[in-house]
Write a protein that binds this ligand. Structure first.
Ligand code: PHE
Length: 339
């Protein structure tokens, strides 16, 4: 019978994958030693058969385990050697094939391209801002309910004046900064993450993407805004939209508007085109004199408009998605089905 000790000693001497394969063939392969011994069992008496059979099984188990250990050792050695030579395995195609832009990124990129073609400055700003930037600089008094902990996410870290920093609740927090940085006339757009202390559901998330447009110059009027918003929304929603303005309240604009859109849809039942319902899409308004003043602009000489839109709202209308959580759950099947 094969001696375990001897076999292990042979295995010990094995120094590469080819030798290991050889060892396997000799000891554990179908035609070789161990199998031959099993074959010989047939000729034995029942008792001997049982006794020798058990010993052989035991031998096989031990030898297989030792063999597998050695095999792993070689495999790991090979992988480590490869990694040392080339830490990035570019032969891994999965990484390149299995990707897709998020639909939110698609919409944001489109919006940025349109804005660049109209010579808008694009600034992302930071997610962490001061209370001044997020609230006071845009005419929201610190007594406003939006500043409460149940609406805004506060950090333990403090700013220079000892106030807790916060995660920006809207991209309007960049208005003051942009006016001061670039001066006037100003055409700027701020795409970025914003955060609110929300209960998550099909249309709310604690983190969401907004995009803010801000235009300030001499004699800028609501007419400029209305023209721009209709063209921009048609381009972004991939539909010819009609826009409607309703009065809306935001402390940083006066007057303030809510903008609704509607567009032609195909009714499958009547097989006719019809107009969709009006759908609220964004908040806007003429920049409040206090906001201009805070940034050092004479509001009797200059005026402007601003509007802010949730990118997921745009994407939901563009692609007909009912639940915004699809945009961020990372399911490639979802993202790719729109590619
Ligand atoms: N900041 C507002 C919001 O987050 C949107 C807005 C931007 C409204 C600019 C008016 C002007 O809801």
């Amino acid at each position: 019978m094969i001696e375990l000790k001897h076999a292990l000693w042979e295995l010990e001497k094995v120094s590469d994958a080819a030798q290991l394969e050889n060892f396997f063939q000799i000891y554990l392969g179908k035609k070789w030693l161990l199998n031959e011994e099993f074959k010989l069992l047939v000729a034995l008496s029942p008792e001997d058969k049982k006794d020798k059979g058990a010993k052989l099984s035991d031998l096989k188990t031990q030898l297989t385990a030792a063999y597998e250990q050695k095999q792993n050792h070689f495999m790991m050695g090979q992988i480590n050697q490869q990694l040392e030579k080339d830490p990035v395995d570019i032969s891994l195609d999965i990484a390149r094939e299995e990707w897709s832009y998020s639909l939110l990124a698609e919409v944001r990129r489109d919006a940025e391209d349109i804005c660049k073609s109209m010579w808008f400055i694009i600034e992302y700003g930071t997610d962490v801002v001061t209370k001044f930037e997020n609230f006071e600089s845009v005419n929201i008094p610190l007594t406003h309910p939006a500043t409460e902990m149940h609406d805004t996410i506060y950090l333990n870290d403090k700013d220079a004046s000892g106030e807790n920093l916060i995660l920006r609740t809207h991209t309007s927090s960049m208005q003051n900064f942009l006016i001061k940085k670039y001066g006037l006339p100003l055409k700027a757009v701020v795409p970025g993450r914003t955060y609110r202390f929300e209960n998550m559901d099909a249309s709310h998330d604690t983190m969401f993407y907004q995009m803010e447009w801000i235009v300030i110059d001499k004699d800028i009027s609501v007419a400029h805004f209305k023209e721009m918003i209709t063209k921009l929304l048609s381009a972004l929603l991939h539909k010819n939209v009609e826009t409607r303005m309703r009065p809306g309240y935001f402390p940083f604009v006066e007057p303030g508007f809510e903008i609704d859109v509607r567009y032609e849809v195909y009714n499958k039942e009547t097989e006719k085109k019809e107009l969709s319902n009006w759908m609220e899409i964004l908040g806007a308004g003429m920049i409040h004199p206090n906001v201009l003043k805070e940034a050092g602009v004479d509001s009797t000489q200059r005026s402007g408009f601003a509007f802010g839109v949730g990118i997921s709202r745009l994407a939901a209308v563009r692609y007909g998605i009912k639940d915004i959580r699809y945009f961020t759950n990372g399911d490639l099947r979802f993202a790719k089905s729109f590619a």
